[in-house]
Ligand binder design. Structure first.
Ligand code: IPD
Ligand code: CA
Ligand code: CA
Ligand code: CA
Length: 269
């Protein structure tokens, strides 16, 4: 992608994301309509839909030749990542949004011919924007994020793991995951995949592993984590496909091999 074009796109996307976030903050105490989707804990609100609608109307008006993959139904049905594709989660962490009124993010990844060019993750209530452009480093607001330390000890690492790993699951023997949790220093569950990617990029968490994420949960995070030298694959070290759901492992490269070879691959069902 042409660098000048990418810079303009980045500035425009950032402006829309910050504006959408401001609207959410202003309306955070307004009454909400909450619906459920695939199960009683899979929530969606008028704010998820309104935010997606705002972003997509702006994109379609300004860049009619671009494509969009998004969670709440206003995007396109795509069979390929050819061209410029925006991959959008209007609110990542809807359960947190509903129950906590914080710890949720707007996540926007922009890909060109399948290559991640721009990543924006906006922690709305903390007013913290994680951003990256391919080859241009990653930032938290205006501060550059340092590259991840190559000296990270596996035993001193903190991993983002949600409770599904500890229940019976179809991917990896839960005993292997219990063993992993006993071996590392600690585990965390934030409830927003985008913010967990941002935490890995910031180096306050050394990895995040989850079973079943959609493209919009991870598209921006992949670009941001890449820019600090982190790696993202599926839970078994294989390439992610952004046209479908994937298991996901994003982490400091220093712990990737051990995590995959000694744990996920060993416990693979
Ligand atoms: C969810 C969050 C959550 C993850 C779920 C996602 P949503 O996204 O990222 O942390 O565990 O798998 O679906 O639905 O709040 O946008
Ligand atoms: Ca959702
Ligand atoms: Ca999400
Ligand atoms: Ca969402």
């Amino acid at each position: 992608m042409d660098l000048e074009l990418r810079e303009a796109l980045y500035l425009q996307a950032k402006e829309w994301v910050l504006e959408a976030g401001k609207t959410i903050r202003e309306k955070i105490n307004d009454p909400l309509t909450i619906d459920t989707k695939s199960d009683p804990n899979d929530l969606v609100t008028t704010m998820d839909k309104g935010t997606e609608y705002f972003l997509i109307t702006n994109i379609k008006e300004t860049y009619p030749e671009h494509f969009i993959i998004s969670e709440e139904g206003y995007g396109d049905e795509l069979q390929s990542l050819d061209g410029t594709v925006w991959i959008i989660d209007p609110i990542d962490g809807t359960m947190n949004f509903v129950h906590q009124k914080r710890n949720f993010a707007i996540s926007v990844g922009i890909y060109h011919d399948g290559v991640g060019e721009i990543g924006l993750i906006y922690d709305v209530m903390a007013d913290q924007l994680y951003s990256a452009k391919r080859g241009g480093g990653a930032y938290k607001n205006k501060t550059a994020l340092p590259r991840l330390s190559e000296q990270k000890s596996f035993y001193e690492s903190i991993l983002g793991l949600n409770h599904f790993w500890l229940c019976e699951n179809r991917l990896v023997d839960e005993k292997v995951i219990q063993n992993l949790v006993k071996t590392i220093r600690g585990s965390r569950t934030y409830g927003s995949a985008a913010l967990e990617f941002a935490s890995v990029a910031e180096g306050i968490m050394d990895g995040y592993m989850t079973m079943d994420l959609a493209p919009w949960d991870i598209a921006a995070g992949i670009v941001i984590v890449d820019e600090v030298g982190g790696r993202t694959t599926n839970a078994f070290g294989e390439q992610i496909n952004l046209l479908q759901k994937n298991s996901v492992l994003t982490c400091n490269p220093a712990i990737q091999e051990q995590l995959i070879n000694d744990y996920t691959k060993k416990g693979r069902k």
